[in-house]
Design a protein around this ligand. Structure first.
Ligand code: NAI
Length: 248
């Protein structure tokens, strides 16, 4: 069950955090892993090493997902190295949290460029390949704040809401080709990203979670595995929250 043997997954932002855990989970189920990372070389080397211990084919590629041409070049290289691709996980993401009053145009553009346009760039790169093969899985990492909004995250929540539109639109375009496109909306998950939050904000968020704990990267990777598997072949266009009840 949930076997990915013989499949190749491309995962963006997998040098650490949620993306790394998804890569580890997929590799444990037999998938070959091509992962993208950016300005995080030490972690990428370590991730590659840990993935290789799973006995699958693994390669890391330095690529800024905000760069359209770089994404195309990375994907072409991945096809040359791996032959074909079955799964794309658009996970790379950044925050530049500030209240709107302090948020600059550059803060807004940078977050949209990585979180939203990055997913467009990689989806564009994989699109024809999946169309021709008449199969494929695309999983986009949104966030509950893309549904609820969040003070101090105008840029981030806009990018994550944009990903929901992207997910549903591509799902409609590629459904007849047997390609499923879904988004995961994590709540408050323990990673370097959330470790960087101010202590007060962390406490307030924790208090609002019905399950009274932060999520673990495994909680997200488990759903990412299911969505990538044959068992999820009739699920598309869905935005699935994994948040301990935070945004219900
Ligand atoms: P993280 O900061 O630990 O990891 C982010 C990854 O993205 C890193 O591997 C980093 O190298 C990569 N990355 C950053 N900019 C990049 C770029 N321009 N090109 C390519 N790769 C780039 O973050 P975390 O917490 O693991 O988050 C992963 C995803 O999950 C993000 O999209 C984030 O927005 C989303 N998410 C996280 C939540 C959390 O509570 N941690 C909650 C909701 C969503």
């Amino acid at each position: 069950m949930l076997d990915l043997t013989g499949k190749t997954a491309v995962i963006t932002g997998a040098s650490r955090g949620i993306g790394k855990e998804i890569a580890m989970k997929y590799a444990s189920q037999g998938a070959n892993i091509a992962f993208l990372h950016f300005m995080d070389a030490d972690n990428a080397v370590q991730t590659e090493k840990e993935l290789l211990e799973k006995g699958v084919k693994v390669k890391g590629y330095e690529c800024n997902v905000a760069d359209f041409e770089a994404c195309k070049a990375a994907f072409d290289q991945i096809l040359e190295d791996f032959g074909e691709v079955h799964i794309l996980v658009n996970n790379a993401g950044i925050t530049k949290d500030k209240l709107m009053l302090q948020m600059t145009e550059a803060d807004f553009d940078a977050v949209i460029a990585v979180n939203l346009k990055g997913a467009f760039n990689m989806t564009k790169a994989v699109y024809q390949h999946f169309m021709k093969k008449r199969r494929g899985r695309i999983i986009n990492m949104s966030s509950i704040v893309g549904i609820t909004g969040n003070a101090g995250q105008v840029n981030y929540s806009s990018s994550k809401a944009g990903l929901i539109g992207l997910t549903k639109s591509v799902a409609k375009e590629l459904g007849s080709r047997n390609v499923t496109v879904n988004a995961i909306a994590p709540g408050f998950i323990k990673t370097d990203m959330t470790d960087a939050m101010p202590e007060k904000a962390k406490e307030a968020t924790l208090a609002a979670i019905p399950m009274k704990r932060m999520g673990q990267v495994e909680d997200i990777a488990n759903l990412a595995l299911f969505l990538a598997s044959d068992e999820a072949s009739y699920i598309t266009g869905e935005i699935i929250k994994v948040d301990g009840g935070l945004a219900m």
